[in-house]
Design a protein around this ligand. Sequence first.
Ligand code: FAD
Length: 446
Amino acid sequence: MAEPEVLLSGWGRTPRSRAEPVGPLSLPALRGLIASRPERGLVARGAGRSYGDAALNSGGLVLTQAVEPWLLLDPHRGRVRVSASVEFTELLARTVPHGWLPPVLPGTAHLTVGGAVAADVHGKNQHRDGTIAAWLDQIDLVDGTGTLRRLTPEETPHAFGATVGGMGLTGVIVSVTLRLLPIRSALLDVTTRRAADLDALMDTLDTARSRYAVAWIDGTAHGRSLGRGVVDLADHHAEPDPRREPDGPRYRPGLALPVPALPFCPVTPRTAAAFNGLWYHRAPRLRQSVATLGTFFHRLDALAGWNRALGPAGIWQYQFVVPDAERDLVVCALETLHRHQASPFLGTLKRFGPADGHPLSFPVAGWSLAVDLPAARAGIGELLDALDRLVAKSGGRLYLAKDARMDRARFTEMYGPLDAWHEARARLDPHGVFRSDLGRRLGLCE
Ligand SMILES: Cc1cc2nc3c(=O)[nH]c(=O)nc-3n(C[C@H](O)[C@H](O)[C@H](O)COP(=O)(O)OP(=O)(O)OC[C@H]3O[C@@H](n4cnc5c(N)ncnc54)[C@H](O)[C@@H]3O)c2cc1C
């Protein structure tokens, strides 16, 4: 019997669409479902941490949990074979005590392995360690015929490359084999440096030699303070700290405070500027400190459900990257957001290293700005459309895991030509079983 449809959204809570949820399924049941070619298509969903419509399939099926979670660690070789449904919280809790770390940690730990691979996620070390694709030995994928395939970068480069960053449109990832990073301690040495303007912020990121580097940017500052922010540079402790970690390295996520859902959006130009200003002025000019994995990598996870506190209309995260030579576009974007009172309440700037060459992977060498914006602000859609055009013209692109609104023409300009991706997808999913709202919007599927 069909399940009743449910209303789903991504982390930004806009857009929303109705779909029939299915899962978790056994592997044979999953293969059978896919082989039956469900009429309205199917897309896998992880933890719903992508901001937009990537894990939505209006009127179709959404696989709410691909498979049962399981994890097999080889502590001698630093490899983990892990089901796509495992969340990073669990992955960290199981690997860190053995002195191994997932090599790419996005800004939340509440994402699944499947979602991470499908978006080819990056962390604060992309400039040095690349995206998660660079650390994958193998992906086990159920393709559009219901066949379980083993994809590797060496043996099946096209299918592998189309699946990392492929946003679930080449099949259902059931498990992966991931190489891990050796660590001696679960603590990090952090240097925090305040930067009074964008040049200082970019210089600090540019000259950083540490493994991890990220800047929190005040997207509301303007004039001489435009682009001011706080840079965090970090490296793992070289040795365990017997005082702070008497039992060896451990991953202990901090307590998460539940944030109440608000019936209105508290973010206005004034509150966004006040919040960012306070946070900037409270930051030290220069500080050396020691942080845990949770406090350094997943600060926002301390506020559970913070996306619901920003009102019923939801939020848009606008994340783009532009090549080095186009760094002025970051200035232009900040000025435009300020001029239109767009109220960016959270912002980060990262320096990206080289692209990994997979067709839909986001990073290219250059500068990536991400800002969270209240979707309810009048005129914000037109403003972002205009920014899309500038980003595309400068050879940059938006991140599909964050996007909810770019149009097909702009997407093609940013990522195209995508013949190799479409060819690989046609081989993996000849009947077009895998479909999503994002895929339809951008012309990646029917
Ligand atoms: C607070 C916050 C901070 C973030 N920071 C970062 C960051 O620093 N770097 C970064 O790269 N991203 C970041 N993200 C984005 C996030 O990492 C990605 O959107 C990721 O894809 C979310 O994974 P998920 O499990 O929630 O997947 P979902 O959001 O549920 O799905 C994302 C995509 O993965 C596909 N998918 C999920 N599971 C499978 C599967 N088993 N098989 C095939 N396809 C599948 C879906 O179809 C969809 O296209 C952040 C998000 C939040 C909310």
